[in-house]
Design a protein around this ligand. Sequence first.
Ligand code: HEM
Length: 468
Amino acid sequence: MNNPFKQIRWVLTAIALLAVGMKLAVAHEQETGVEVKPVREEKLANVPGQSLTAITVNYAPGGKSSPHQHAGSVFAYVLTGAIKSENSATGPAKVYRAGESFFEPEGSKHLISENASATEPASLLAVFVAADGAQLTAFDTAASATPAGQDLAHQILETMIQVHGVKAGHRPVHAKGIVCEGTFTPSADAATFSTAAHFQKASVPVTVRFSDGVPELAIPDNSPDAGPRGMAIRFELPGGEETDIIAMSHNGFVVGTGEEFLALQKSIVATDPSKPHQWPVEAFVASHPRALKFVVDNKVIPASFATEAFFSNDAFIFVNKDGLKQAGRYEILPVAGQHDLSDAEAKAKPADFLFDDLKTRLANGQVKFRLVVQLPNTGDPKSDPSLVWPDDRKTIEVGTISITSAVADSAATEKSLAFDPANLTDGIDLSDDELPALRSEVYALSVKYRHQTQPAQTSTASATANSK
Ligand code: HEM
């Protein structure tokens, strides 16, 4: 790939392919008093590529969903109460009572779906026949458009969950992950740098989640689209307090502000690769050189999570016992050294190799990282995490993260884990970099979203990655 224009085109094609398909996720805010429970899911051996999924939908009195569209075809059978339904293909609104059924053909819109009673509950069984892994419910974008005046955090999350590949019940980014345990041991210098409890003498337990960067649960680890990798760390402090660091494998974030991040997400959602170039996401990246660098750099596949370096990108303020304040950004550097794979080496790897490799390493010993804080020179930009400070800047070694094991049930553990970039502790403060506070709001909305939505299907690859 010597022609740089060809390479850029290839890179843009790759990110755009991630962006489309328009399989929208369920935004729970668009359902009031509606509870969806999975019943059964089976791949149809007689219809390759199609699955049958049965769910029950319980409507509280007055419960309703806003207009939406389903993947595939749907058969609905009212179990209890009375449900008012209108489908764009099958005629005007009608009330269906227990024992009655209706059908929604593929491509039709479910315009009304509500409990006909304001006093009695109602329920139905719905059976979908749809493509394997399809997002079963997509709310009408016009109906669900971000209300005017909605704050930036809501707008970002609402847009993120529309990106192709996002699965209900899972993180909209960094979906494929593995949860590990270990300890953090502070260096001799840490206590003079900050009064943070984990920077004092004793070691503290840590929970660490490594991840591929994209929404797809089944992304092969050797895909050039799987990056950046994530490393999220929770330090358990004396007295039951906790503090987090959330880092990724790229030094320099894709954009510098929340507004730009929203614009990037919107450009991804608006991209349809069946349309001629230049796609919205191509236009965004072409006009944001640091985003282009981010995309190109993240195509490189690491040899192991244990040989990857991770960066907070965001700056924080470290306060010492004399009240002295010092800005800094975290670098989490592998003790085993940083190693990437060549294209040929990457192609030869199996889909879950990063996860398998980590488990093998942990079976044979600890995986260690140095926790370092990079300090800016006077004049270095501290508020924009897309602007990287040069490598020659001073660093302070604050300790060692020693990972000892993967947790027994990573898939269940990661569901309840909710990292927060603004979950700090005395001795570490937010800086004039505004992203961690905004991210904190977006992550909280994301956690709410994934806890309120039901997973449509568990990815085989991810389930394998998590359970081995
Ligand atoms: C505007 C900026 C950003 C937004 C809106 C954003 C949004 C999100 C969201 C919504 C999640 C899922 C949270 C959950 O459901 O638990 C997430 C996860 C994650 N983000 Fe960000 N993010 C941003 C910037 C960053 C940066 C700067 C980094 C690191 C340098 C980062 C690293 C990660 C990682 C590693 C995860 C997975 C955490 C886990 O393992 O649970 N993000 N992000």
